[in-house]
Design a protein around this ligand. Structure first.
Ligand code: CP
Length: 314
């Protein structure tokens, strides 16, 4: 029986380093598979996965759908805007209804912090948190670290910078939690209005000036400005934001020459990152997307099947 069999993936704090190593070893195998002509296996044949997304998504939802399908599972996409939620059905009744249909896993994105943990406490199927409000996005953090691992970046003592809207970012919280487990030197930078109060309590160094944050950085995790979660007026204008906090070629000269740029997507090109930089050789953005499928295949395989011989996912 593997370590993760039957385990809910709710946030980074619930994962041990041993479990993360297993996820990455399995994702290595999945990525090799993904690049073969014949991607599909029957490994999760007979398993049913429901993607329950109460917020928009391109990368996370599509990659979970493909991950499940490549492994032979049946995958249903449930979108609240086309469901009985619009007739007033509660979140709890929706969950219990889907459970009664014998799904094996529920992949949940929801705007409320703690919703994945709450759902997991009600339900027998495996619950995977695909983003809950500003709280956590554990699968994004895992695919980000998997990408850095492929780039040969060891985290211990490395300067890792997260830039932008830290306040609303579940990606920032999950990456801080994950990078802390490996002894990284974590820095954050953004407008004062987009930093959490007492941000230092997250175990990070806080910078007001991007130039200070970028000096000798090995990793720059650029966050999307989440216009949908902000009240107006959290920064003067898009132009001003790009001038003070936008990542561009000139600023990248302050970081290490081999620094890697991560961005969870979707991108506001020209706002948090310059067009040229977003397509440049230091940006790992599409590698992150590809790895999202591999890491999510690994998570589904490990949580839904007890017997995982790493070389035999047929
Ligand atoms: N990174 C991320 O969560 O993207 P989506 O919102 O498109 O899923």
């Amino acid at each position: 029986m593997n370590l993760l069999h039957g385990k809910d993936i709710l946030d980074i704090s619930t994962l041990t380093r041993e479990e993360i190593t297993l996820i990455f070893q399995t994702a290595d195998t999945m990525k090799r598979r993904l690049r073969q002509k014949a991607k599909k296996s029957t490994y999760l044949k007979g398993k049913a996965i429901i993607n329950l997304f109460c917020e928009p998504s391109t990368r996370t939802r599509t990659s979970f759908e493909l991950a499940g399908k490549y492994l032979g599972a049946d995958v249903i996409n449930f979108t609240t805007s086309a469901s009985s939620v619009l007739k007033g059905e509660s979140f709890r009744d929706t969950l219990l209804t889907l459970q009664a249909m014998h799904c094996d896993a529920l992949v949940l994105r929801h705007p409320v912090e703690g919703s994945a943990r709450w759902a997991a406490a009600q339900l027998a199927p495996v619950v995977i948190n695909a983003g809950d409000g500003a709280h956590a996005h554990p699968t994004q953090a895992l695919l980000d670290l998997f990408t850095l691992r492929e780039k040969g970046i060891e985290l211990k003592g490395r300067k890792m910078v997260i830039v932008g809207d830290i306040l609303h970012s579940r990606v920032a919280r999950s990456n801080i939690a994950l990078w802390s487990k490996y002894g990284a030197d974590i820095h954050v930078c953004g407008p004062a209005t987009l930093l959490p109060r007492h941000a230092e309590q997250l175990g990070v160094t806080v910078h007001a000036r991007l130039e200070d944050a970028l000096k000798e950085a090995s990793v720059i995790n650029v966050l999307r400005i989440q216009l949908e979660r902000q009240q107006k007026g959290m920064f003067p204008s898009a132009r001003e934001y790009a001038r003070l906090f936008g990542i561009n070629e000139e600023r990248m000269k302050l970081a290490r020459p081999d620094a890697v740029i991560l961005h969870p997507g979707p991108l506001n090109r020209g706002l948090e990152i310059a067009w040229q930089t977003s397509y440049g050789k230091q940006a790992a953005i599409l590698q992150q997307v590809e790895n999202g499928v591999a890491v999510r295949m690994a998570l589904l395989a490990l949580t839904l099947q007890g017997e995982t011989n790493n070389e035999n996912f047929d």
